[in-house]
Design a protein around this ligand. Structure first.
Ligand code: SF4
Length: 375
């Protein structure tokens, strides 16, 4: 007969504790877990998910509205200096059509994602899009932005225009590793990333962050600290996935140092499971990068703790041009194909799609009560 968690000796708080109780050394042990210990970890995280957020999956229709970026992150396929990328910018009408698709299909939430551009034109365009999307879909949609580092006034303006959530990955909470992943040109500062996360939280967003798992130079110690960083920062949502190398990036030179793909995949599942136990009521995305390694990758993540999926509703003709990493799945599908495929996959994971529900982060609700404000 199987035991209840925790498998490794002395790890966690046993059956009576399901959150907050994992120390640095507990987490390190869990990230190393294999075989029966790993199975028990996943059973535990699945039970925590069911208890705190239910076996339900929320959709966020993803619109990758532009791949134009002013930055040069060393791991990213759409970095500014990659001249092999065909740059695109969806028209406002294309974005609005995609938003209507999300509303008509009861996705209830949208993610507007782009490369990073800090200009007055870009700021105003996003503000205008937010206003139009809300107006033209009858305020049915929650909107998440993922448009990188901006100044606090910009975050505030977008929040005032109806952006409820913001995703800004820290990528690694280790400042030394962060430096190795970014050019030293004054435009890619760890300090600024942290300040932006603070500014987002202060502005009143539901704040999401995330890390890449299996990077060159990264240790299990780093990943353990990433989990504790997310807990200490009090994040509301997370999107973390395996690092997948792109041949047109400088970091590709270190591909020989990488863990095999299957190990990066398993490590990502363990990170999700640990975070679900540490932060039972946050929203955790099953990222597309998982599916690049394992066809059932997202379903596996849902089974053990994730509760958000971002179906891509970017018009199909642009999808091949938003490749942060190579072998990205589903780039040849349209929004309708993507929906049908996900319905089957989520049923396989014995979860239910929460159509028509915003699925705000419960953690944010609790945090917000603490601040004495309302969203
Ligand atoms: S990770 Fe983001 S900011 Fe960095 S180059 Fe890619 S799109 Fe631009």
């Amino acid at each position: 007969m199987k035991q209840s968690y925790p498998p490794p000796e002395g790890v966690g708080g046993g059956q009576t504790h399901d959150s907050h109780t994992l120390s640095h050394s507990d987490l390190l042990l869990l990230l190393r877990a294999t075989g029966e210990e790993k199975t028990l970890l996943f059973e535990r995280s699945a039970a925590v998910k069911e208890k705190h957020v239910g076996n339900r999956v929320y959709f966020r229709g993803l619109i990758e509205f532009s791949n134009i970026c002013q930055k040069n992150c060393l791991y990213c396929g759409i970095r500014k200096e990659n001249e092999t990328v065909r740059r695109y910018n969806l028209t406002d009408d294309e974005i609005l059509n995609a938003a209507r698709f999300a509303a008509d299909n009861k996705y209830a939430s949208l993610v507007l994602q782009s490369g990073e551009v800090e200009t007055g034109n870009f700021t105003r365009r996003v503000a205008n899009l937010l206003t139009r999307i809300h107006r033209e879909t009858g305020n049915q949609l929650r909107i998440t932005l993922s448009c990188g580092e901006q100044d606090k006034e910009t975050y505030k303006m977008w929040h005032d225009c109806g952006a409820h959530r913001y995703l800004l990955r820290i990528e690694s909470s280790n400042p030394d590793l962060y430096v190795k992943l970014h050019p030293s040109d004054g435009m890619h500062l760890y300090r600024r990333r942290r300040e932006c996360l603070d500014a987002l939280q202060e502005t009143g967003y539901q704040v999401g962050t995330g890390v890449m798992i299996g990077l060159p130079f990264q240790t299990l110690e780093d990943l353990t600290n990433d989990l504790l960083f997310m807990q200490q920062f009090n994040i509301d949502m997370v999107g973390m996935g395996p690092y997948l190398e792109h041949s047109d990036t400088p970091l590709y030179a270190y591909r020989d140092q990488l863990l095999p793909l299957e190990e990066r995949f398993q490590l990502t599942l363990k990170m999700i499971a640990c975070l679900r136990i540490l932060m039972p009521d946050i929203n955790i995305a099953a990222t597309t990068a998982l599916q690049s390694i394992d066809k059932l990758g997202r379903e596996k993540a849902i089974k053990i703790g994730a509760n958000v999926i971002m179906p891509n509703i970017t018009p199909g003709k642009y999808r091949d041009d938003y490749l942060l990493y190579q072998n990205k799945p589903c780039t040849d599908e349209n929004a309708e194909d993507c929906k049908t495929c996900l319905e089957a996959r989520i049923a396989l994971a014995e979860n239910e799609i929460a159509y028509g529900e915003w699925g705000d982060s419960k953690h944010f609700g609790e945090r917000d009560k603490g601040r004495g404000t309302k969203d």
